[in-house]
Ligand binder design. Structure first.
Ligand SMILES: CSC[C@H]1O[C@H](OP(=O)(O)O)[C@H](O)[C@@H]1O
Length: 358
């Protein structure tokens, strides 16, 4: 359960064996609520409707979704159906396809009668691996933050991040936030500028919530303020997550990331992408080939929040006659990326060393 300072987690098997519990991220920050996923359809819906989100967490949830499916039908056909149902939920984060391939290969090699228990064991393994992986990303990113902090001569290191690549986007630690939490633990003074990240407000709702829970100094900013702060020397480093990274280091992340990278380049601010190797898609030579999820218009024409009554409400903010475009992600070219922080180390984009990870 997520209590500041105690074990953080976003997904865990129900102790009574009824299914898998998740933190319902559509209710944060106003409500801390869990949802029990009982079957494949529950898991698919949780990913598609973003009760769980974030590339690594989507992958782990999909693995648990396969495990839930095996309880109903552990046949080859049942396994194929589970993989296809979950694959169709969201197209951009490659961790989804990666996790389904991993658990699919693992289960297809064993007799049906063993798959039910083995699937849950494998999903738990992926979850534990995610935690270790993100902790290593944190350690590798901490080295960068230490170097940058030295120039601050005791004043806070000022970090800008976009969307939520925090522990809420993973099983724990996060990717972009892992170096932040490690730096906090190491006693490095820091302050984080949190992009609100329209339209789903993952920054305002999730990253701000996380940092508040952990006691990390931060300011929420509108998405369009980041360039101004960088122009005025108020940002020392940008760090973001990723949903899919092409073989050349082009990084696909939440919509608006590309604009931050452009501003960072123009202002001489280091711009880092933090992601596990499982977020790389080495089959794609460049980022323009990454499928970009187009989500529903209502996410743009409406906003949700907590009313004075304490109810969570959604209101229309655009005229009824106004349509909307809602691409969920954009691609930051490798030339704008200072480095990619992985569990295996920090790599310059578009290099042979990076490609050798594949
Ligand atoms: C650690 S991956 C986080 C990544 O996923 C988010 O997308 P979404 O909230 O739509 O799942 C966003 O792109 C984050 O950077």
């Amino acid at each position: 359960m997520l209590i500041a300072g105690e074990k953080r987690t976003t997904i865990w098997p129900d102790a009574e064996g009824k299914g898998v519990l998740i933190l319902d991220q559509t209710r944060l920050p106003h409500r801390i609520e869990t949802v029990l996923l009982r079957d494949l359809d529950d898991a698919a819906r949780a990913i598609k409707d973003m009760l769980v989100r974030g590339a690594p967490l989507i992958g782990v949830t999909a693995a648990y979704g396969v495990a839930l499916a095996m309880r109903a039908d552990a046949s080859d056909a049942g396994l194929a159906k589970a993989r296809e149902t979950l694959r169709q939920t969201r197209p951009t984060a490659v961790n989804l396809a990666w996790a389904l391939e991993q658990i699919g290969q693992f289960l297809s090699q064993m007799p049906e009668e063993l798959r039910r228990e083995a699937a849950f064991t494998f999903a738990k393994h992926l979850a534990e691996k995610d935690i270790a992986c993100n902790s290593a990303i944190g350690d590798n990113g901490l080295a960068i933050f230490r170097d940058l902090a030295r120039k601050r001569e005791g004043k806070p290191l000022r970090i800008l991040t976009h969307c939520n690549a925090g522990w809420l986007a993973t099983v724990d630690w996060g990717t972009a936030t892992a170096p932040i939490y490690k730096a906090q633990q190491a006693g490095i003074p820091l302050h984080v500028f949190v992009d609100e990240t329209r339209p789903r407000n993952q920054g305002a709702f999730l990253t701000a919530f996380e940092l508040g829970q952990q006691g990390v100094s931060h300011d929420l900013i509108v998405d369009n303020a980041g360039g101004h702060l960088m122009q005025h020397g108020e940002v020392d480093v940008c760090i973001v997550g990723a949903d899919r990274i092409a073989a050349n280091g082009d990084a696909c992340n939440k919509i608006g990331t590309y604009l931050k990278a452009l501003a960072a380049k123009d202002c001489g601010v280091p711009f880092y992408v933090a992601a596990p190797v499982s977020t790389f898609d080495f089959a794609l030579e460049k980022g323009s080939l990454i499928p970009i999820e187009e989500r529903v218009q209502d996410e743009v024409t409406h906003m949700s929040g907590e009313a004075a009554s304490g109810d969570i409400v959604t209101v229309r903010v655009a005229p009824k006659t106004t349509s909307a475009r809602n691409p969920g992600f954009d691609v930051t070219p490798a030339r704008l990326v200072s480095g990619i922080i992985t569990e295996k180390g920090v790599f310059a984009a578009n290099t042979d060393a990076l490609k050798a990870l594949g």
